[in-house]
Design a protein around this ligand. Structure first.
Ligand SMILES: *Cc1c(COP(=O)(O)O)cnc(C)c1O
Length: 375
């Protein structure tokens, strides 16, 4: 049996080796390392895939979030609402820009930001909501967009884990993750669902004005060369990463299908087990399974993880500490117990291997080992 990994990028690469190598070689041969044709091609290809007007490639997903917040013209102390159960980047950029992160609790079933908690957190200083489509499933965007409209707030979607997920609104219309709010952000970190071979990210928007300004901010605030209209940053996707992404984007739908197939096998194997709650499927969103995350009930999670490790099966805790309990984010506004759902989830979640290359033999081995470990 092939070695089981959380993510198997090598096996995935073997199948697209020619395309990746040819693309990278072309970049080297033309020495257009920054802002080359490959980056423009990828931008157009991704705009077409998402059905969004503007894709702005960036150096990584964290920068994408930062640039999205920079363009809104917010002032120090303005409040930005984000979930407490997520990866740190979301709150980090808010804090770095001198804005005030206001964290709220999540829904126990979907792990995504709680609508009721957003409503309670809104003050006259609230300027934006940053929902995170955690683990590959969209947050309740219908409700979030409604709240934003009512209170005149910006919505910036953190779609770093959810590229390719589709959301269906009550009127039947469908949109891609990251293409519903004012701005969407994604990451091409190697292990993400559409990953490059280094760092990369992108911003999505249908707003021409925001797009033009974010494109400038990502490139030193420059519109005409060496004329700086805005204070910017240096955050560009490089051409070698764009070449990798051009080779992988045509496979994104099959990659998503492969993840969903493995998730369905896990779902079936664990259904009805009293110690395991499998991921909830939110009716309005497809799930692209960046992670397949179990909730363990009445059983020692560390012991389960250790038993899996004995059988060479990695399993990870995403995320062990919610934002409001992180050392760097200590704040007199928050204390342990304030966000009970996030705290409960941090104590019981366990993510199993999830990637595009899991085969039947590996899936059988993992599911049997998990069932054995929770006995
Ligand atoms: C990966 C990730 C980011 C950051 O992306 P980088 O490309 O690593 O900077 C931000 N938010 C979430 C939810 C992520 O999963």
């Amino acid at each position: 049996m092939k070695k089981i990994q959380m993510v198997d990028l090598k096996s995935q690469y073997e199948k697209i080796r020619e395309d990746v190598n040819t693309g990278i070689q072309e970049v080297i041969d033309t020495t257009t390392f920054i802002k080359g044709g490959k980056v423009n091609d990828f931008q157009k290809n991704l705009e077409a895939y998402l059905g969004v007007k503007h894709v702005i490639p960036t150096g990584n997903g964290t920068d994408a979030l930062q640039i999205a917040l920079m363009v809104l013209g917010l002032k120090p102390g303005d409040e930005v609402i984000t979930p407490t159960f997520t990866f740190i980047a979301t709150a980090e950029v808010v804090a770095l820009l001198g804005l005030k992160p206001v964290v709220v609790d999540v829904e126990e079933d979907t792990f995504n930001i709680s609508i009721e908690c957003i409503k309670k957190a809104i003050t006259p200083k609230t300027k934006a909501i940053v929902p995170v489509h955690l683990f590959g499933q969209c947050a309740n965007m219908e409700a979030i967009l409604e709240i934003a409209k009512e209170h005149n707030l910006f919505v910036i979607e953190d779609a770093c884990q959810a590229i390719g997920a589709k959301y269906t609104f009550n009127d039947g219309s469908k949109k891609q993750a990251g293409c519903m709010g004012n701005i969407g952000c994604t990451s091409f970190f190697p292990s993400k669902n559409l990953g490059c071979y280094g760092d990369g990210g992108a911003i999505f928007t249908n707003d021409d004005d925001l797009a033009a300004r974010m494109r400038a901010i990502a490139n030193h605030g420059m519109v005409v060369q060496y004329h700086h209209d805005l204070i910017g940053v240096n955050s560009r996707l490089d051409s070698i990463q764009a070449a990798v992404l051009n080779a992988k984007l045509p496979h994104l739908n099959e990659y998503i299908a492969a993840r969903q197939k493995s998730a369905a096998i896990y779902d079936k194997a664990f259904a009805g087990n009293k110690h395991i709650i499998t991921p909830a499927h939110f009716a309005s969103s497809t799930h692209v399974f960046h992670q397949y995350t179990l909730k363990l009930v009445d059983i020692d999670r560390n012991a389960v993880q250790a038993k899996l490790k004995e059988k060479s099966i990695p399993a990870m805790i995403y995320y062990p500490v919610p934002l409001h309990l992180q050392k760097a984010y200590q704040d007199p506004r928050y204390k342990a117990g304030d966000f009970p759902i996030a705290e409960k989830l941090s104590a019981c979640v366990l993510s199993l291997p999830m990637h595009t290359e899991l085969d039947d033999e590996q899936m059988n081995y993992i599911t049997s080992a998990v069932l054995e470990a929770v006995k």
